[in-house]
Design a protein around this ligand. Structure first.
Ligand SMILES: [Zn+2]
Length: 419
């Protein structure tokens, strides 16, 4: 039986044990510990030596030298873009089948890297419907998808190519309702322009009047949808916060003259609980162009020390940002003041809480989903170990089968586990 065939059915009752288990919450780490997977759920988590008598007969899979942690959560992705050198060009000429195929490949890559949940931040309507009907990957196991459907933008504005132009509040509300019908959990408002937009749309300027933003947020919340605001310039960040959005994406404080970080606004965001989605990819540290790392790390340090909650994510799908970039991106978070355990929790338990998914996923807790990443080595010593995948389970289903050694040619068969 091939891995993909085995992955179509759930596995019942086996114990993964490792050198340590990172719970994903409040800095908790168990040495010499294990998790018991039954169906889609975690049935037990604890020190291996304390395994209750009732579970001693289950199949045991020791992963010596490994660390178990919750599956990672990518907080900002575009599954319709291919992450290559010219993703918007390709999107502009692709038909629906090709775009859905791009999303399927993105989800497969993410799952293999240990990403078990993704928040998509902008897609065309047909892809939102494919998310809703679960037809992107079909029967194959893959990350759970939260999504915003079609982003709401101004005529000719940022990401207008996805089909969400709104010239007035009535059109914006109609788009929000259509997204809701496609199962969107979020509304994405392009509050400012972006760097991939037409010249008519500036990243430094607000694209919508305040009353439109206010009513879009009110309407979304009334429909149990959270609101993510794409905003670069300070004026757009201020408008988004005033409208009561849940998350500000990017929040780069850019204007024509450079950067204008607003300490009073940061303090207001902290008081209101407005979340910032950092969109840092694995190349961010080397950036010297319009958003140099020394500037970005200082902005993020200020947000972090001011108590603004941060969502971990990469904006994968955009140019030169592959969909499995999240694990390699996380080491950069050390530069803005997080410890390794805080970084891991940012991409697991904290992301789950900020995205409204706790306690379903994001931590290794009995009763929660068996979304599990096992890596070789100790990521608390070096976050680089996060890219050395030993095993991935998505809701108890295997994506990467357990391999006890980094170079092991014969991974343990899932069929064996499921006997
Ligand atoms: Zn984005």
């Amino acid at each position: 039986m091939s891995g993909s065939e085995a992955g179509r059915r759930p596995c019942h009752g086996f114990l993964l044990s490792a050198d340590r288990v990172i719970i994903g919450h409040r800095g908790k780490v168990l040495e010499e510990a294990a998790v018991l997977v039954v169906g889609e759920k975690l049935a037990w988590v604890g020190h291996t030596a304390a395994l209750p008598e009732a579970y001693r007969s289950v199949r045991q899979v020791p992963l010596p030298g490994c660390t178990l942690l919750p599956g990672l959560i990518e907080g900002h992705a575009h599954l319709c873009l291919d992450g290559g050198t010219a993703p918007f060009d390709r999107f502009g000429t692709a038909g629906p089948e090709e775009v859905v195929g791009c999303a399927a490949e993105a989800l497969r890559r993410m799952a293999r890297a240990g990403v078990t949940t993704v928040r998509d931040m902008g897609a065309p309507a047909f892809l939102a419907e494919a998310f809703q009907h679960g037809t992107v990957l079909g029967e194959h196991p893959g990350p759970r998808v939260l999504h915003a459907g079609v982003p709401v933008t101004s005529p000719g504005g940022h990401c207008a190519v996805m089909g969400g132009e709104a010239a007035d509040a009535g059109r914006a509300l109609a788009l929000i309702d259509a997204n809701r019908r496609s199962g969107a959990d979020w509304t994405k408002l392009m509050v400012t322009g972006g760097f991939l937009s037409s010249a008519a749309s500036s990243p430094y300027r607000t694209q919508f009047p305040q009353h439109l933003l206010d009513s879009a947020v009110r309407t979304s919340h009334a429909r149990a949808m959270k609101v993510a605001a794409h905003a670069h310039g300070v004026e757009g960040v201020r408008a988004a916060v005033a409208a009561g959005v849940d998350t500000v994406e990017h929040c780069t404080w850019m204007d024509e003259g450079g950067f204008r970080v607003d300490a009073a606004l940061i303090s207001e965001m902290s008081d209101r609980g407005t979340v910032v989605s950092v969109t840092v990819n694995s190349r961010a540290r080397a950036a010297t162009g319009r958003l140099p790392w020394h500037e970005r790390r200082s902005q993020l340090a200020q947000l972090h020390t001011s108590g603004v909650p941060l969502i971990a994510g990469t904006d994968c799908g955009i140019g030169n940002t592959p969909h499995d970039d999240l694990p390699a991106s996380l080491d950069a978070y050390i530069d803005f003041g997080m410890s390794p355990i805080e970084v891991i929790e940012a991409a697991t338990g904290t992301n789950a809480r900020l995205l409204g998914l706790a306690p379903q996923t994001g931590t290794l807790t009995p009763g929660g989903c068996a979304d599990i990443l096992a890596v070789h080595g100790d990521p608390l010593e070096s976050l680089a170990h996060l890219t050395d995948v030993a095993c991935v389970l998505v809701r108890g289903r295997p994506v990467v089968e357990p391999s006890p050694q980094p170079s092991s040619a014969t991974a343990l068969s899932w069929e064996y586990l499921c006997q």
